[in-house]
Design a protein around this ligand. Sequence first.
Ligand code: ATP
Length: 330
Amino acid sequence: MAARVMVRVESLVKRYGRVLAVDHVSFTVDEGEVFGLLGPNGAGKTTTLEILEGLRRPDGGRVEVAGHSVVDDPRAVRTVIGVQLQEAGFFDLLTVRETLETFAAFHRRGLPVDQVLERVGLRDRHRVLVRNLSGGQKQRLSIALALINDPRIVFLDEPTTGLDPQARRNLWEMIRQIRREGRTLILTTHSMEEAEALCDRVAIMDRGRLLALDRPDRLVAEHAPGAWIILELPYGLATPAAGLPVPNGGPEPGAEPLSDRLRRLPAVEAVSVPEPGGPTVLLRTRDATATLRGLSELQAAEGLAFRSLRVEQASLEDVFLQLTGRELRE
Ligand code: ATP
């Protein structure tokens, strides 16, 4: 059976003065999906999310959430969605429990406060003042507030920005749990890694436009097939500033530079040296197996012993680079 569409966005437009923040964006989100809006600063992710939440009015297009128009029926939309409160919205002098009880009172229906505390791992912190929580705990409280009205759709705006790796992983697990309960999740992130780890599908946005939309693995297969081979050259070989690896003391007269030989290996598309003079060389390959075979022949023929060699599949980072010509950095 086809999944039910929970969110339908058709040709959405939003302008701020002369800035076209959202430029004819269309997508749908199915029930039970984790859907990611991904892009650099200013891409239009938050604006899109806030329109879906009924917090901003669109200038054009149509948006339906659980079958309700966000413009014509924002009250109905509010009863089915859960929105993460940003830290600035907290009352520092309330305890965790008081905060949840206060927000629970805004809703006609909801989950018991204790159940939500348990779910986000804040049960033993329920008497603590909000201002004394760590960054990760505040973030968990903001997710608790998004769940308090037992929503069908949960919106999270950059849920893990600023968290340390451990707190980030805890939050990922919480997001997976919310999904297992059958809720639909829509989140924004700058992090390609986060999108790959959590999202069933991602919409890549840049400068208000939607550039691509699909499952992360399909986006990689379509836009950035292949892999990176990361080599550390043997001692005695260095990569001078020009980026061409040569034996210390310069190449032997007439010898073909190693970089050229690497470039000619099967399936290699590009060779680069991320740190001028450093021992690391990156090979971009369409087919890692073919390149590795060539590399091992080269090693045997030249008696080279690479200090390390690893293969990384291309990622959404590479997709973004391919689509925009720019790197996406957190
Ligand atoms: P970030 O990751 O930095 O939050 P974003 O992808 O969420 O970025 P938006 O916050 O939606 O992007 O911003 C999209 C564009 O609209 C940007 O050019 C931004 O400067 C502009 N913008 C956002 N909010 C306003 C506003 N209230 N008034 C004027 N311009 C705005």
